[in-house]
Ligand binder design. Structure first.
Ligand SMILES: *Cc1c(COP(=O)(O)O)cnc(C)c1O
Length: 365
């Protein structure tokens, strides 16, 4: 039996059927219908944020947030993220400027941000990588000092709290992804959390073709609306999220039990200010000490039907579409982590005996 790196959480079939019954009968399938409204309200309360708007996916949520913010010129971000973060910047006609990451949390190294700021810089787009929270205080201090906007890519951090505050409540905006492979999903989906209501109106308009009123189209928008079937899936999955995270936590602890203290392995960092969602279990393999490289371990697991993922490798400044303009040696920590990291299977239904088996294979027992 094949084990993938992730497996979508599902509500009971009947629960979902019940949830979409009204959609079926009403024939209101999209365009901000009742399920969209309900899901939005529930998320606002759950995430403890001022405002939240829903999108067809996390990527479009981020693209539209950047557009609505009216950013210009250069945006400071990190290359150690999913393709989406960098693409969202570039697709808005902006230039990403890559800052290196911290060696423990893999989030933006705030001590290196200020050296990258020019008179063209308009924003910082940091990423809460693997659910590790960025150095928010320092990012906000730098942003304030230089008059920059901050948009957090919080795709990995859904449901987390930082120092007791909802993770979506920081910065000018935060983006979540509800993709099927994430801790929480609506099949496809995403959200932007924000404080400023005027920004919210622009954002709302952009996701619906820039239409302001029945006879007014005053912005170059796109179509990035969440449909009713996705909203219904989100409503169902939100009911079970806590239980799903608890199960992920157990599997993560099982990994730690086997792998903690093994020379040459670096396990996920733990920030005591964060209520983790246990989205990922990234392990760094140091061949010199451990004896086997990341690639060798990945191959061994694959031979046994276990799909671990080199996530993130390659890093964004090494992509074919960007590497002419950038040099991975400018972000040496990200470059080195990308060569060593392997994200192990982790999902709510992962059987603990399978974690045992995966660890045995990794350790060559
Ligand atoms: C998943 C993800 C995205 C994009 O979200 P989608 O819903 O897949 O479009 C963006 N950034 C990060 C860090 C992600 O993991």
């Amino acid at each position: 039996m094949m084990i993938n790196v992730t497996r979508s959480s599902m509500p009971a079939f009947d629960e979902y059927m019940e949830e979409i019954k009204e959609v079926w009968d009403s024939r209101w399938l999209t365009n901000m219908g009742p399920k969209h409204k309900q899901f939005q309200e529930q998320l606002k309360a759950f995430l403890e944020v001022d405002n939240v708007d829903l999108f067809c996916n996390g990527h479009m949520a981020l693209e539209m947030a950047i557009q609505a913010m009216g950013l210009t010129g250069e945006v400071i971000t990190t290359p150690f993220t999913f393709a989406s973060t960098t693409h969202a910047i570039v697709r808005n006609g902006l230039t990403p400027v890559f800052c290196d990451i911290e060696p423990d949390t893999y989030t933006i190294d705030t001590s290196k941000i200020e050296a990258l700021i020019t008179d063209k810089t308009s924003a910082i787009i940091p990423v809460h990588v693997y659910g590790n929270v960025c150095n928010i205080e320092e990012i906000e201090r730098i942003a304030k000092k230089h008059g920059l906007k901050v948009v957090f890519d919080a795709a990995h951090a859904f449901g987390e709290k930082y120092k007791g505050r909802g993770i979506g409540s920081f910065g000018d905006a935060s983006m979540f992804s509800f993709h099927a492979t994430k801790v929480f999903h609506s099949v496809e989906g995403g959200a932007v959390c924000f404080h400023d209501e005027a920004f919210g109106l622009d954002l709302y308009r952009l996701k619906n073709f820039g239409i302001r009123g029945p006879e007014t189209v005053d912005a170059v928008g796109a179509n990035a609306k969440m449909n009713e079937f996705s909203a219904a899936m989100g409503i169902c999955n939100l009911r079970h999220l806590e239980g799903e995270i608890a199960k992920r936590k157990e599997a993560a602890h099982r990994y730690r039990k086997h792998l903690e203290g093994v020379a040459g392995l670096k396990l996920p960092f733990k920030q005591d200010t964060v209520n983790y969602n246990y989205a990922y279990f990234p392990v760094l393999f140091d061949k010199e000490v451990f004896g086997k490289s990341r690639d060798e371990v990945a191959e061994k697991l694959a031979e046994n039907g276990i799909g671990a993922r080199k996530y993130f490798y390659p890093i964004c400044n090494d992509f074919d579409c960007y590497k002419d303009k950038y040099d991975v040696n400018d972000t040496p920590v990200a470059r080195d982590v990308a060569l060593k990291v392997l994200t192990l299977p982790l999902y709510a239904d992962l059987v603990l005996e399978d974690v045992d088996r995966i660890c045995k294979i990794i350790l060559g027992k």
